[in-house]
Design a protein around this ligand. Structure first.
Ligand SMILES: *[C@@H]1O[C@H](CO)[C@@H](O)[C@H](O)[C@H]1NC(C)=O
Ligand SMILES: *[C@@H]1O[C@H](CO)[C@@H](O)[C@H](O)[C@H]1NC(C)=O
Ligand SMILES: *[C@@H]1O[C@H](CO)[C@@H](O)[C@H](O)[C@H]1NC(C)=O
Ligand SMILES: *[C@@H]1O[C@H](CO)[C@@H](O)[C@H](O)[C@H]1NC(C)=O
Ligand SMILES: *[C@@H]1O[C@H](CO)[C@@H](O)[C@H](O)[C@H]1NC(C)=O
Ligand SMILES: *[C@@H]1O[C@H](CO)[C@@H](O)[C@H](O)[C@H]1NC(C)=O
Ligand SMILES: *[C@@H]1O[C@H](CO)[C@@H](O)[C@H](O)[C@H]1NC(C)=O
Ligand SMILES: *[C@@H]1O[C@H](CO)[C@@H](O)[C@H](O)[C@H]1NC(C)=O
Ligand SMILES: *[C@@H]1O[C@H](CO)[C@@H](O)[C@H](O)[C@H]1NC(C)=O
Ligand SMILES: *[C@@H]1O[C@H](CO)[C@@H](O)[C@H](O)[C@H]1NC(C)=O
Ligand SMILES: *[C@@H]1O[C@H](CO)[C@@H](O)[C@H](O)[C@H]1NC(C)=O
Length: 756
C-alpha cells in the first residue's frame, strides 16, 4: 500500500516529467578535493518534510535532488542484529513504538550518560513490523504519519529505491558492543550484499577496526566530529582536540564530517564569523570534508538573511575552498545551490523576464523605508524600489510603511508620544498618524526594523535594528535616479480620508514631487503608481507617463471579464496576493487559481505580494526554501513580478543558471505542483476544507471619484488628554501572513544551538 502511494506521489509531485540531468556545470572547476561538484547527502532522505528514513522521504530526496544524491541511513541494530535506518538509538521520537509496546521503556547507559526510552536493541525486526515511522521534529508537519510508513533496513533502502549512493552512519558502536551486538559484523556483511559508498562514525576505534577491510575507492570511511566539548568515547579526548590532529584521522579515514559551525563559527548572537582553516588544512593532507546540519526550517544566522541558498554558497563558492559534501534535511536546496547558483558571474545575463519589486525597500534586512533599506535593495539587484507615500502635517509626502508611525519607529518612546489619537476610520486602536507630525519631526524619529515573525522567534538582523534615516518622496526619487533600477513604485492609500479630514491631497503632492524631480516624462525609468482604490488611479491617469497598478488586497480566485475590462480602463497592471494565485489551506497548496491567466489574457501584467525569506511565511510545498517559492510563482504560475522584502533572493534567482532550459530543466528548478503534497495526507488528517476565495466583481472595483480637498478646521492638539501611549506591538505585520501561520505552526526554534 505504501509503495503504491509513494509511486503515485512520484508522479504528481512535480509538474513536468523529470529528466535526470548530468550536472549543468560541465567545465567549472570546483575547489573540492577532487575537483568534482560537492556531494548532496540527504539525511534520512528528505527528512525536512516526511518522517526521517521513510520511503516517502527517500523518494522525495531522489526526485528533487542532483542525480548523484546520496541517501544517508543512521544505522541502529535490533535485538536480532538487523540494521534499521532510524535517527536515534531510541525509537520513541521517530516511530509509533511507544504506543505499540507501552511497557518496554528502558534505561541504559550510553557512553556514560543514563538514557531512557524505547531502544532498538530490545526489539526484533519482527516486533518492529507493527511499528511505523512518524515525524520526530515538533516544528514539522505530523500530517503524513497516518501513512503507516514502515521502518526500513539499509538493504531495503537499496533494494526498493536503488539510490545512486548509500551512506551508513554508525553513531554508536561501543553501546551496541556492550549489548553483544556487533556493528563491525553488520557493516562487513552488509557491504558484501549491497554497495555502500560511505561509512561514517564518531568513534575512532570503530573505524580503525574496519579500515583494512574496505577498499577506499569503493567505500569511503569518514570520521564524524561531534560538538567540540564532547569526549570521543573510545579515547579520552575531546572532538576539539581531535580536530587539531587531522593527520591521525587520515590514518583510518578518507574524509571528515563536521558540524557546519566548525567551518563558519557562529557567535552566540547568531552572527557568522570568518571561516576557519579546517577545510584547507584537511584538503592539504588529502582528507575530504563534509559539512552537516543544513536545515531550512530553523533560524539561520542573520548574515544569510534567512536564505538557505545564500548559506550553502558560503560553503561551496567562496573563492577559497569548497566542502566536498553537504549533509542536509532539505536536499533540494543544496542541489539548486550547486547546480544553478554556484559560480554565477556577477554579470550573468538575466534569463527570465519578471520584475523584482522591493517591499518597503530591503525591509528584511533594514528598517522599512529608510535610506539603508533602499540602498540595500538597489545593491541587491531589485528592479523596482517602492515608496508607500504618507503625508506629514505640513504636506510633505514621505516614505513610511504605514499611516501609523508607531509601526516602524520609536515614536511611542519619543517626545511625540502624546500625539496619540484614535481614528476608527483608519485604525481600530490608538495610533500616531503621519499627519500629526511635521516632516522635520518625522526626520527626528529613530527607525525600527520590522519583525513580522517574532511570534516564531524569527527576528530580523538586530545589528541593523535602528539603522538608517527616513526619506521624503523627493529624497527617494533622488536616490533612485542614477542607478541601474528599471523603475520606482509609489503606493498611495487613504487619499479620501486625507482629503476630507486633513486638508491634504496626496495625489497632487505626489504628482508635484514627481514633476519637480523630472520623473513625469522619463523614458529611462518607469514610474509605477499603485493603489487599492481605483479612484486614485483615475485621478492620476493622464498626468504623466506612469504605469498605474491596481492592487487587489483581498484574496480572489478569478475576476469577471467585465471587471477586468473595467480595471483596464484605469490601470495598466495589477498587484495581487500570493493566495490569489496559489491558495493554501493550513499552509498546503490546494490549487492554482485562474487569476493570473485571466488578467494576462487582458494584457494586464500581474505582480504578486508578499515574498519573505522566513520559512514560516511559505507553504510546506516550497520546502522552506524561498527560491522554490519564487520559482513556482514565476515559472509555474507565470507572474510578471514579485514584491518582496528580501529582493536579493529574488534577484539572485533571476540570474541562476537553470532557467530557460525547457524540457531539460532539472527537478529542483521545476515548479511544484499545487495540491500534490496535500494528496499524501491521509483523509483523517486533512485540514478542514476552506471555502474558495471569491471572484472579483464590478462592485469591488468601481469607486466614486476622489473628493475635493476640504480645508482643515483648526483643531485642538490631538491627543491632549491621552497621556500615555501603549508600547508599539509588533511592527508592520503584512496583512495575510501572521494569523494563518499562528494557527498551524507550533513555536519552534531552540534546537539550533543544541545541534552544534
Ligand atoms: C524526544 O523528544 C523529547 C521532546 O522533544 C526530547 O526531550 C527527547 O530528547 C527526544 N528523544 C530523542 C530520543 O530524541
Ligand atoms: C554478552 O556476552 C557475554 C559473554 O557471552 C555475557 O557474559 C554478557 O552477559 C552478555 N551481555 C549482555 C548485555 O547480554
Ligand atoms: C580497489 O578497487 C578498485 C576499483 O574497484 C581497484 O581498481 C583496486 O585495485 C582496488 N584496490 C585494492 C587494494 O584492492
Ligand atoms: C556577519 O554579520 C555581522 C554583523 O553585521 C558582521 O560583523 C560579520 O562580519 C558578518 N560575517 C561575515 C562572515 O561576513
Ligand atoms: C562580464 O561580461 C563580459 C562580457 O560578456 C566578460 O568579458 C566579463 O568577463 C564578465 N565579467 C564577469 C565578472 O563575469
Ligand atoms: C546623474 O548622473 C548624471 C550623469 O552621469 C549627472 O549629470 C547627474 O547630476 C546625476 N544626478 C544625480 C541626482 O546624481
Ligand atoms: C488606509 O490605508 C490602509 C492600507 O494602507 C487601509 O487598510 C485602510 O483601510 C485605509 N483607510 C482608509 C480610510 O482608506
Ligand atoms: C520633461 O519635463 C521637463 C520638466 O517637467 C521639461 O522641461 C522637458 O521639456 C520635458 N521633456 C520632454 C521630452 O517632454
Ligand atoms: C471571458 O473572456 C475569455 C477570453 O477573454 C473567454 O474565453 C471567456 O469565455 C469569457 N468568459 C465569460 C463568462 O464571458
Ligand atoms: C475609494 O475612494 C473613494 C473616493 O474617495 C471613496 O469614496 C471610497 O470609499 C474609497 N474606497 C475604499 C475601499 O476606501
Ligand atoms: C507633549 O509633549 C511635549 C514634550 O514632551 C510637550 O512639550 C507638550 O506640551 C505636550 N503636549 C501636550 C498637549 O501635552
Amino acid at each position: 500500500m505504501c509503495n503504491s502511494r509513494a509511486a503515485a506521489f512520484l508522479e504528481v509531485l512535480l509538474v513536468s516529467s523529470l529528466i535526470a540531468l548530468a550536472s549543468a556545470q560541465g567545465s567549472t572547476k570546483w575547489l573540492t578535493l577532487s575537483g568534482n561538484p560537492p556531494l548532496v547527502i540527504a539525511r534520512g532522505g528528505f527528512s525536512g518534510i516526511f518522517p526521517d528514513s521513510s520511503l516517502f522521504a527517500y523518494n522525495l530526496a531522489m526526485i528533487t535532488s542532483v542525480p548523484d544524491v546520496v541517501m544517508w541511513c543512521d544505522v541502529q541494530l535490533t535485538k536480532d542484529e538487523a540494521g534499521i535506518c532510524a535517527s536515534d538509538l531510541r525509537l520513541d521520537n521517530s516511530t509509533s513504538i511507544a504506543s505499540a509496546f507501552r511497557d518496554k521503556e528502558k534505561t541504559y547507559d550510553v557512553n556514560g550518560v543514563s538514557m531512557k526510552g524505547w531502544f532498538s536493541i530490545d526489539f526484533t525486526l519482527k516486533d518492529l513490523a507493527t511499528v511505523y515511522l512518524t515525524q520526530g521534529i515538533g516544528s514539522r508537519s505530523p500530517r503524513f504519519d497516518g501513512n503507516f510508513l514502515p521502518i526500513l533496513t539499509a538493504q531495503e533502502v537499496i533494494q526498493q529505491l536503488k539510490p545512486p549512493g548509500l551512506w551508513l552512519n554508525i553513531q554508536h558502536d561501543q553501546f551496541f558492543s556492550q549489548h553483544n551486538l556487533s556493528m563491525r559484523n553488520y557493516v562487513l556483511s552488509t557491504s558484501r550484499s549491497v554497495p555502500v559508498s560511505y561509512i561514517s562514525s564518531p568513534e575512532v576505534n570503530f573505524l580503525r577496526s574496519i579500515v583494512t577491510r574496505f577498499n577506499r575507492t569503493r567505500t569511503k570511511l569518514v570520521f564524524r566530529f561531534l560538538a567540540r566539548n564532547i569526549v570521543e568515547p573510545s579515547r579520552s579526548q575531546t572532538y576539539d582536540s581531535l580536530s587539531k590532529n587531522l593527520a591521525f584521522i587520515k590514518t583510518f579515514a578518507s574524509g571528515i564530517l563536521v558540524p557546519k559551525a566548525y567551518i563558519y563559527p557562529v557567535t552566540p548572537e547568531n552572527y557568522v564569523q570568518p571561516y576557519s582553516s579546517i577545510v584547507s588544512d584537511a584538503h592539504k593532507i588529502g582528507l575530504e570534508v563534509y559539512a552537516s546540519d543544513f536545515v531550512n526550517d530553523q533560524p539561520l544566522s542573520y548574515n544569510y538573511s534567512y536564505d538557505p541558498i545564500e548559506e550553502t554558497l558560503h560553503y561551496i563558492d567562496n573563492g577559497v575552498f569548497s566542502v566536498d559534501g553537504l549533509l542536509t534535511d532539505f536536499p533540494i536546496t543544496q542541489s539548486e545551490a550547486i547546480d544553478c547558483f554556484a559560480h554565477v558571474g556577477k554579470n550573468n545575463s538575466r534569463q527570465v523576464k519578471f520584475l523584482v519589486i522591493s517591499y518597503n525597500g530591503a525591509s528584511g534586512d533594514y528598517p522599512s523605508c529608510t535610506d539603508k533599506a533602499y540602498t540595500k535593495a538597489i545593491q541587491d539587484g531589485a528592479d523596482v524600489i517602492d515608496c508607500p507615500v504618507q503625508m506629514s502635517k505640513d504636506g510633505v509626502p514621505f516614505c513610511f510603511q504605514s499611516i501609523n508611525l508607531m509601526e516602524a519607529s520609536n515614536i511611542a518612546q519619543s517626545e511625540f508620544r502624546n500625539r496619540t489619537t484614535t481614528i476608527l476610520e483608519l485604525r481600530p486602536g490608538p495610533a500616531i498618524f503621519s499627519f500629526s507630525l511635521t516632516w522635520s519631526e518625522v526626520q527626528s524619529l529613530t527607525p525600527q526594523i520590522s519583525n513580522p515573525y517574532q511570534a516564531f522567534s524569527l527576528y530580523r538582523n538586530p545589528a541593523n535594528r535602528m539603522e538608517g534615516k527616513f526619506v521624503s518622496l523627493s529624497d527617494f526619487l533622488a536616490l533612485a535616479r542614477n542607478t541601474s533600477l528599471s523603475g520606482v513604485l509609489l503606493r498611495i492609500e487613504n487619499a479620501t480620508y486625507l482629503a476630507e479630514n486633513q486638508g491634504l491631497s496626496v495625489t497632487d503632492a505626489v504628482l508635484d514631487v514627481l514633476s519637480k524631480a523630472g520623473y513625469n516624462n522619463l523614458t529611462t525609468m518607469k514610474v509605477m503608481i499603485q493603489s487599492t482604490n481605483s479612484s486614485v488611479l483615475t485621478k492620476i491617469k493622464g498626468h504623466g507617463n506612469y504605469e498605474l497598478v491596481y492592487e487587489v488586497d483581498e484574496n480572489i480566485r478569478d475576476a469577471a471579464n467585465s471587471t477586468v475590462e473595467d480595471i483596464k480602463s484605469f490601470a495598466n497592471s495589477v498587484a495581487v496576493t500570493k493566495m490569489s494565485v496559489l491558495p493554501t489551506n493550513s499552509l498546503y497548496l490546494t490549487m492554482r487559481t485562474n487569476t493570473v491567466a485571466k488578467l494576462q489574457a487582458y494584457k494586464l501584467p500581474v505582480y504578486v505580494q508578499l515574498f519573505s525569506n522566513e520559512f514560516v511565511s511559505q507553504a510546506w510545498d516550497f520546502f522552506s526554501d524561498a527560491t522554490v517559492e519564487i520559482n513556482s510563482f514565476v515559472t509555474g504560475a507565470g507572474v510578471d513580478g514579485v514584491i518582496t522584502d528580501f529582493p536579493r533572493t529574488a534577484a539572485t534567482y533571476k540570474r541562476n543558471k537553470c532557467l530557460g532550459l525547457g524540457a531539460k530543466t532539472p527537478a529542483y528548478m521545476t515548479p511544484v505542483g499545487p495540491g500534490s503534497l496535500v494528496e499524501l495526507i491521509p483523509p483523517s488528517d486533512l485540514p478542514p476544507a476552506q471555502p474558495p476565495s471569491p471572484v472579483l466583481t464590478d462592485s469591488d472595483v468601481n469607486e466614486p471619484p476622489l473628493p475635493a480637498v476640504v480645508a482643515k478646521a483648526p483643531s485642538p492638539t490631538p491627543g491632549a488628554n491621552i497621556p500615555t501611549a501603549p508600547t508599539p506591538r509588533g511592527n508592520g505585520q503584512p496583512k495575510l501572513s501572521a494569523p494563518i501561520f499562528l494557527s498551524v505552526l507550533p513555536v519552534l526554534v531552540a534546537s539550533l544551538f543544541l545541534a552544534l
